[in-house]
Design a protein around this ligand. Structure first.
Ligand SMILES: [Fe+2]
Length: 333
């Protein structure tokens, strides 16, 4: 595919097979992301509208009501993330967001198979916002379907069965976040960021933003670019696990969020595999003996992002028996 200023793939072309899987792979390899347009068939405008309305109503609740579902009180990383839950990003200079997180809804793991930190189980929804559970479930499922379709393209491009990844999608560590950036009067400098530079820890991320704010790093030109927002279009970003699986042919997209001062929403969906999945580099991309467990990478990074998780691991309440790295090896430029 020729290099466009903005890489765009039509969802219709993906569904009908009008675009070859190798083109999808090449687009991701070249850019680290693409815009997925004509998304109405997967996410109707009415669902985006419900998502926005639900988010406005939820984040408009008093803090005490939101804290009833504080994420630090859950045992599977679901619930409300207050502004004060500040991670240790070195450049998170102005933290002005709160969030609400859900995951793949499933039965908890039986005690015999659980160490306690696999992030598996039921979602929790506040009752104060009518219809919230239904809307988020519908939005989660739509994103899951889109992400699975893209994974199928990647599998085919890598000369595997389309359903290659399905075996690890029984209760995946795939998360949907509602992120609310608060209006603020903080003096905005060019370098101010309300979410520090990072890559996403999963296979790929699908993002819908209410207005621009996301800024991505272009490795070729070594410069940061504002990511525009288009109607009925979502952004697809390469995450760390796709970088690993492809032996670095795809590289996870380094990105951050600039402080605009305006109230805005962002809804990232992070597609991942089952927590305990051990991955190797796909043979199509070369030979390597290196292995990675997707949940270990994920939890190792969440440890940095969420003080409550750090506390659980450090205190031994979560008996983590793998190494927590000091930084994310995938986010190096
Ligand atoms: Fe991100």
């Amino acid at each position: 595919m020729a290099k466009h200023a903005i890489p765009i793939i039509s969802y219709d072309d993906l569904v009908t097979g009008s675009i070859k899987p190798s083109e999808v792979l090449d687009t991701l390899a070249e850019n680290g992301f693409f815009y997925l347009s004509d998304i109405e068939r997967a996410i109707p405008p009415s669902l985006f509208k419900s998502l926005h309305e639900t988010s406005e109503r939820y984040f408009g609740l008093p803090l005490e009501a939101k804290m009833e579902h504080y994420i630090g009180d859950s045992d599977n990383h679901r619930g409300y993330v207050p502004v004060t839950e500040q991670g240790s990003y070195s450049d998170e200079s102005v933290r002005v967001y709160e969030a609400f997180d859900i995951g793949y809804d499933s039965d908890p793991l039986p005690a015999s198979r659980s160490r306690g930190f696999e992030l598996v189980g039921r979602n929790r929804y506040p009752t104060q916002v009518p219809g919230m559970a239904g809307t988020l479930r519908e939005y989660y499922d739509a994103n899951f379907g889109i992400a699975r379709l893209i994974l199928q393209q990647i599998a085919i491009a890598a000369e595997l069965e389309a359903e290659h990844f399905d075996r690890w999608l029984t209760r995946p560590a795939s998360q949907l976040r509602l992120i609310h950036y608060l209006r603020n009067d903080i003096l905005v400098n060019r370098e101010d960021t309300s979410m520090g530079g990072h890559t996403d820890y999963e296979l790929l991320t699908i993002i819908h933003q209410s207005s621009p704010g996301l800024v991505a790093y272009d490795r070729a030109s070594k410069s940061w670019h504002n990511m525009p927002v288009f109607k009925n279009t979502v952004l697809v970003l390469v995450g760390d696990m796709l970088q690993f699986l492809t032996g670095g042919r795809l590289q996870s997209l380094l990105h951050r969020v600039s402080t605009t001062g305006e109230e805005r929403y962002s809804f990232p969906f992070f597609m991942n595999l089952d927590f305990e999945t051990e991955l190797g580099v796909l043979p199509f991309f070369g030979h390597s003996d290196e292995k990675i467990v997707v949940g270990h990478h994920l939890l190792g990074q969440l440890y940095r992002d969420f003080p409550y998780i750090k506390q659980r691991v450090d205190s031994g309440r979560w008996p983590v028996d793998f190494e927590i790295p000091a930084s994310n090896v995938f986010e190096q430029v």
